[in-house]
Design a binder for this molecule. Structure first.
Ligand SMILES: Cc1cc2nc3c(=O)[nH]c(=O)nc-3n(C[C@H](O)[C@H](O)[C@H](O)COP(=O)(O)OP(=O)(O)OC[C@H]3O[C@@H](n4cnc5c(N)ncnc54)[C@H](O)[C@@H]3O)c2cc1C
Length: 496
């Protein structure tokens, strides 16, 4: 459970639904809400209203829950409802009305944790809708009940297991353990000398690829709190790798591995994940590092791990290309299957993704015009026999985007000029390190050698060097960087 991005949703704890069958849930829900609120996390209450002419009237002949006192929240929870993040009224089973969906989106919650009544109707339907709308639903089985009795409650849980997954049904005890871990991660223990109280967290991890995820996971394993900042989604680079042949653990596709790493990290209690945030600056001082986010907010920690990887080089960065400054064609490895079928692509550069593309689409009728500089001569050897490829060794290329078709003027190595026309342009120029501005030492190619950095800034993954750009090396270096921060902090406190 990503408890830092979770909301507790208390379904319909109203007088009209509490009877001899469901009364026991009142105490369980009250305990849960009390514990959840004490961690400063959001609670949403729902209230059901059976409006005149409703389907419940029409199809069941059921006329209850049309006004107070039946529609009132039970007395034990009235104060909690008054303090709740929101009380939402609904005319049907689901919590996820348009109003609720907008609220969840705006709040950025990823996990919706359901309790209340009735298990087989409003709780079940809300969890299933959350599942379908891309959220992670959780049902607290011992804080739910059915006003129709225990057999119906059990039937609701049986169907819930089938609809949202066995693992999404948990007990209040497990939630309490998540909350305890969350509290440890966010509330510094002032009696513990290893906890700093003047920084936001113990470790900032920048970049949510394999290196960053491994760093945060390792940090948590030694009790360090971390904040992981990722501008996109976790492990999105891996999602483009169809076939993996060099990763341990039985993972043979990038998306599978990305899913596994993402799930692991979301279940890492000591790590707070900030998605959709870009780091715009990193500054290192004597006793802490300050990282600025694109929202303008600063984050501080004794150590930061920079694992921002590499990104595709753009035409404006290649001296052999002249192109409009705002032109940023996509890298060839991002092409989706079918997107380019039967089309002619102008590929800028002869870097390895061309071979990867041809191997990944062995039957595609796509034609590739590969224009490449002298530096790439040795790289195109693996593709020169492929009949779908036309190799164009060039001295210079000028790109003119014109409507749907793209034209380019090339000057060959022998001075011959040509005009090329293609349906689309893709990049295969190579990649370059991606780093935010700030206190970093870069080599001539822009990489950040780990041993040259400020002692509070640790580098992991592809950003270290062009030589080690592999998933397993990225993960190893991320874990190692986190342990480095851990031991350095202990040495500084004299605990080693
Ligand atoms: C097409 C392709 C095929 C590949 N195939 C393989 C393979 O088969 N086997 C293999 O071992 N490796 C393969 N790799 C290499 C592998 O993907 C990388 O080595 C690995 O992803 C590196 O991990 P990383 O965490 O260092 O960087 P990345 O995975 O690139 O992650 C860096 C993260 O940092 C984020 N970021 C960047 N700047 C900022 C910022 N300012 N603020 C916040 N976040 C930021 C990015 O959004 C990104 O998510 C392949 C790579 C590509 C592109």
């Amino acid at each position: 459970m990503d408890i830092g991005h979770a909301a507790l949703v208390v379904i319909d704890m109203q007088n009209g639904f509490v009877n001899r069958h469901s009364r026991h849930a009142v105490a369980a829900v009250t305990d849960l809400v009390t514990r959840w609120s004490a961690s400063g996390l959001p609670v949403v209450f729902t209230r059901y209203f059976n409006h005149p002419g409703s389907p419940y009237e029409q199809f069941f002949g059921w006329h209850r829950l049309q006004g107070p006192p039946e529609t009132d929240i039970v007395a034990e929870l009235t104060d909690h409802a008054a303090d709740a993040y929101r009380v939402l009224d609904k005319p049907g089973y689901t919590f996820l009305t348009a109003e609720a969906a907008a609220l969840v989106r705006a709040a950025g919650w990823t996990d919706l944790v359901f309790c209340g009544v009735a298990t087989e109707s409003c709780v079940l339907k809300s969890a299933a809708d959350a599942f379908e709308q891309g959220y992670t639903p959780w049902i607290i089985t011992d804080a739910c009940a059915s006003d129709a009795g225990p057999a119906v409650h059990d039937a609701g849980l049986l169907v819930a297991r089938r609809l949202v997954g066995e693992g999404q049904l948990i007990t209040a005890d497990l939630v309490t353990r998540h909350l305890d871990a969350h509290d440890r991660a966010t509330v510094p223990d002032r009696n513990d000398p290893s906890r700093r109280t003047d920084t936001d967290t113990d470790l900032i991890v920048i970049g949510g690829g394999p290196a960053g995820c491994a760093a945060a996971r390792m940090a948590a394993s030694v009790g360090m709190r971390s904040v992981l900042v990722e501008q996109d989604t976790l492990c999105h680079t891996l999602r483009r790798i169809r076939v993996l042949a060099n990763v341990l653990g039985g993972h043979t596709s990038g998306p599978d591995l990305a899913d596994a790493l993402t799930t692991d990290l979301r279940n890492t209690d000591l790590c707070r994940i900030e998605l959709g945030c870009r780091v715009t600056e990193i500054r290192a001082g004597d006793d802490h590092v300050t990282v600025t986010l694109d929202t303008g907010s600063p984050l501080t920690a004794p150590y930061a791990i920079l694992a921002t990887g590499v990104g595709p080089l753009q035409p404006r960065e290649a001296p052999w290309i002249t192109a409009p400054p705002d032109l940023a064609p996509p890298p060839l490895w991002q092409v989706e299957p079918g997107e380019t079928e039967g089309r002619t692509l102008l590929v800028l550069g002869g870097d390895r993704p061309v071979g990867t593309f041809l191997r990944a689409h062995p039957t595609t009728a796509t034609r590739l015009l590969v224009a490449y500089p002298q530096d790439d001569d040795y790289k195109v050897e693996e593709i020169q026999q492929d009949p779908r490829v036309t190799l164009l060794p060039v001295d210079h290329l000028t790109l003119h985007p014109r409507g749907a078709a793209h034209t380019a003027e090339t000057v060959g190595r022998d001075g011959t000029r040509k005009t090329l026309t293609a349906d689309a342009v893709f990049l295969s120029i190579g990649s370059a390190p991606t780093t935010p501005p700030g206190d970093l030492v870069r080599d001539t190619a822009g990489y950040c050698p780990p041993s040259h950095q400020h002692p509070r800034v640790l580098i992991a993954g592809d950003l270290r060097s062009a030589r080690y750009q592999r998933i397993m090396t990225a993960m190893g270096s991320g874990g190692e960087a986190a342990l480095h921060a851990y031991y350095a902090a202990r040495e500084m406190l004299g605990t080693d």
